[in-house]
Design a protein around this ligand. Structure first.
Ligand SMILES: [Fe+2]
Ligand SMILES: [Fe+2]
Length: 505
């Protein structure tokens, strides 16, 4: 059969009753094209794997020191999504005759340089431009190319991975573009032409790295010659990664977070006091949720410092937990907005992440996190919060506590998988976490003496505002509530038993 006969046979081929042929994957014309291989598929997936894994780590690297709340939470979201994409790719690569997978190798030196430069970039706007407008945009293009180029029948699982990634990456890219235009409209432009041109030069150097490493096809369908690394590639000079970037563990907050050292109200003492109503307690739960912004700040430090000592699965599960905690904080924000209360008037304390990040090692911080999360599981913990929320008359509070509880059960399981096995028993693991928590100096009085805060009692103001919105008179006992964290810590243990008094998550 000559070539044109063969083509005719392909075109003339019909399925029974014109039902979708080849299980709906593609038509016969596409299916007979033979330009694909396991090797090509794995190579392309490995480039995407490296970039998405590193991007996830880079977003995590910035969460703690990024002051802007919307960016802290967006980076948490994107770090989580990129980790999910990484996991999908890893599973697919493992299906393609690949053990040992070699996924820890840098697939091309240009990619190592590119991601080092991104991690070291000191400026927020420049970072967002590079990450979203350049790198993520190229990753999306590479996913779309992979979706087109991979054989739709033989390599259908890869096509599905690429399609799924492209779907979520498109949304991430839209959000990133919105970030860049919002920041560009509000941040001062580069002071002079020199700064502008050096920024442009930096972006161009990143583009060069990408072109050297990402496989692309030209219009004739031939692989771009630049995609084949040959010998030592000539890469542009490094600007921000001539030395290793240091992680900044000091949590930063934007100007809406006023009086963040304030630990003048103990919400747990209110929550567990039977004298107060469920409705009034819902305010304290919204506060506790919003205050959880300190958990991603601490988890980002744990992840950054331990990721090289732990397997991928540790990072993958912990970054999910980090994202959940960012969601919990946003549930608190939404709760206050739903009540018409301006949350920026409430001091959202951040000394838990500040003290843990500056006084403990990453392993010790993980111990405290596990101890706290495990403590949330008994009857007095998350179930209790949900029950109170359901009785509060605020269905949104009930909904949020329902999912908060579900998430915390998952987190306790993650801790049992990744933290407890390092000890001889669960009891030992808990004791260590408790000891680490006790080791933390709360600095309650010191922060006041140094003028960081007066530990003002912000509760009556919030409570009266909420009562006005609800159209009810304040309960005089609730209005008079004035317990602080000075004498008891968040699990209501006296500080005579434990010399710290840090808030729970
Ligand atoms: Fe949480
Ligand atoms: Fe949690």
């Amino acid at each position: 059969m000559n070539q044109s006969d063969a083509q005719q046979a392909v075109s003339a081929y019909r399925s029974l009753l014109d039902l979708p042929m080849l299980a709906g994957l593609c038509d016969m014309q596409r299916a007979v094209a033979a330009e694909w291989s396991v090797e090509e598929s794995v190579n392309r997936l490995k480039v995407l794997h490296y970039l998405l894994k590193r991007l996830s780590e880079i977003w995590v690297f910035r969460i703690t020191s990024e002051p802007i709340y919307e960016l802290k939470t967006l980076f948490s979201h994107h770090a989580y999504l990129a980790a999910e994409h990484t996991e999908l790719i890893r599973r697919r690569v493992a299906e393609m005759r690949e053990p040992p997978l070699g996924l820890e190798h840098v697939p091309h030196p240009a990619l190592g340089q590119l991601t080092d430069e991104l991690q070291g970039c000191p400026e927020r706007l420049e970072f967002c431009r590079a990450v979203y407008e350049l790198v993520l945009a190229r990753i999306l293009e590479a996913c779309k190319s992979l979706q087109q180029d991979a054989h739709p029948l033989a390599d259908a699982p890869t096509v599905r991975v690429a399609k799924w990634l492209a779907f979520e990456l498109s949304e991430m890219l839209d959000q990133g573009k919105q970030v860049v235009s919002a920041l560009a409209a509000h941040e001062p432009a580069h002071e002079d032409d020199f700064e502008q041109s050096s920024s442009d030069e930096w972006l161009a150097s990143l583009e060069t790295c990408l072109q050297a490493a990402i496989t692309r096809k030209d219009t004739t369908g031939e692989a771009d010659s630049a995609s084949q690394p040959s010998g030592e590639p000539s890469l542009p000079p490094r600007l921000y990664s001539t030395s290793k970037s240091e992680f900044n563990s000091l949590p930063a907050r934007d100007e809406r977070f006023q009086d963040p050292y304030n630990a003048g109200v103990n919400p747990e003492a209110f929550l567990y006091d039977e004298a107060f109503s469920a409705r009034d307690k819902s305010l304290m739960m919204y506060y506790k949720r919003l205050r959880e912004l300190d958990v991603p700040e601490t988890m980002a430090s744990i992840l950054t410092e331990l990721k090289d000592q732990e397997p991928w699965a540790f990072y993958y599960e912990m970054v999910r937990q980090l994202w959940d905690e960012a969601r919990h904080a946003m549930m608190g924000e939404v709760g206050f907005v739903s009540l018409g209360i301006d949350w920026t008037l409430i001091p959202i304390n951040f000394t838990w992440s500040l003290n843990l990040n500056t006084q403990l090692t990453a392993r010790e911080r993980h111990g405290v996190l596990f101890f706290i999360e495990q403590g949330l599981m008994p009857k007095t913990g998350k179930r209790f919060e949900w029950e109170v929320a359901m009785q509060s008359g605020d269905p949104l509070c009930g909904l949020f506590q329902d999912f908060d509880w579900a998430d915390e059960v998952l987190h306790a399981q993650i801790g049992r998988r990744w933290y407890v096995p390092k000890f001889s028993s669960l009891v030992e693991a808990l004791k260590y976490g408790d000891r680490c928590w006790n080791k933390v100096m709360s600095r309650w009085s010191w922060y006041r003496e140094q003028g960081f805060t007066q530990h003002r009692n912000w509760w009556p103001e919030l409570y009266q505002q909420a009562c006005a919105k609800w159209g009810v008179s304040p309960d005089p006992r609730a209005l008079a509530f004035c317990e602080t964290y000075e004498d008891s810590r968040a699990d209501l243990k006296s500080i005579r038993e434990a010399p710290d008094n840090q808030p729970y998550t």
